[in-house]
Design a protein around this ligand. Structure first.
Ligand code: SAM
Length: 269
């Protein structure tokens, strides 16, 4: 029997591949990785399409309770559905390794992923450096490891794909202090917040990795009918409304003449 990792694609229930759908129909148990799906996927619509129940697996379950998912996968097919591509920016290494240890065959059914932001932006894959994640700053936690990576990329003239934070299952700390566990609604980082944070870090580090005049491309809701791709300087993009989730950002390095022509179509108006 098989443990399937099945990509759901970038937007809604219609983006699963035919190969993915056939595999889902064979599976006895279907788990949905909750992390990005909370913002994008209507579990009810998936269940209607598949004609069977779908179990939400939060990150904790996927990472720490992989055994629950694997239980019985040696006698029946089990699927783990992941928004985007199963291995796009997350590798699910732990559950894969445990499946292999138990000699459960693993099959991956790929799909479109946030990595398609590269092509969608008109910038060229081979001119990209290391991707970074930008997480929400809090009063006490303002990690800036992305700064050095962006600086290194830009020194080499390379573009940087920035994945933006999603907060799921975040406890309300006031309630926690009163002994009650209540979760905040899920939230996602906008292109605007990402740029504000980036500029704040540049203001502190002052190493000139980028500034308000650095060319960027903001992308939101890729694959949706109302997807947005807008090119402009950091300062210009600050006032663009990118709409509903999800968002990501590309910080351009040196822009090739062909890339320039495509970016002109996406230029902020
Ligand atoms: C961990 S990554 C993506 C993982 C997913 N497995 C994949 O392959 O796309 C999640 C981040 O990618 C970006 N992202 C995902 N889907 C997107 C979309 N449709 N449009 C714009 N950005 C997206 C957001 O910044 C989001 O926080």
């Amino acid at each position: 029997m098989v443990l399937y990792f099945i990509g759901l694609g970038l937007f809604d229930e219609k983006d699963i591949t035919l190969r993915g759908l056939e595999a889902v129909k064979r599976c006895k148990r279907i788990y949905l990785e909750a992390y990005t799906s909370i913002l994008l996927c209507d579990k009810g619509k998936l269940e209607e399409l598949y004609g069977k129940p779908v179990i939400t697996a939060d990150r904790e379950m996927v990472e720490s309770y992989a055994d629950q998912i694997l239980e019985g996968a040696d006698v029946e097919d089990v699927a783990l559905l992941v928004v985007g591509d199963p291995f796009g920016a997350t590798t699910h290494t732990d559950i894969q390794l445990r499946a292999r240890e138990r000699r459960i065959p693993v099959k991956v059914i790929h799909n479109a992923s946030v990595m398609n932001a590269v092509g969608a932006s008109g910038l060229q894959l081979y001119r990209f450096g290391e991707a970074v994640s930008i997480v929400f700053f809090t009063e006490t936690w303002r990690p800036t490891s992305f700064y050095d990576k962006i600086a290194a990329n830009r020194k080499l003239g390379l573009h940087t794909l920035c994945l933006l934070d999603i907060k799921v299952k975040e406890p309300n700390f006031e309630m926690l202090a009163r002994g009650k566990t209540v979760y905040e609604p899920p939230r996602y980082m906008t292109v605007n917040t990402a740029i504000e944070q980036l500029l704040e870090v540049e203001e502190i580090r002052k190493e000139g990795a980028y500034d308000g005049s650095t060319m960027c491309v903001g992308l939101s809701r890729l694959q949706a009918d109302d997807q947005q791709i807008v090119a402009g300087t950091m300062k210009e993009l600050l006032s663009v409304d990118f709409g509903a989730p999800l968002h990501c950002l590309i910080i351009a390095g040196d822009i090739h003449v062909v890339e320039e022509e495509i970016l002109a179509f996406y230029k902020v108006t």
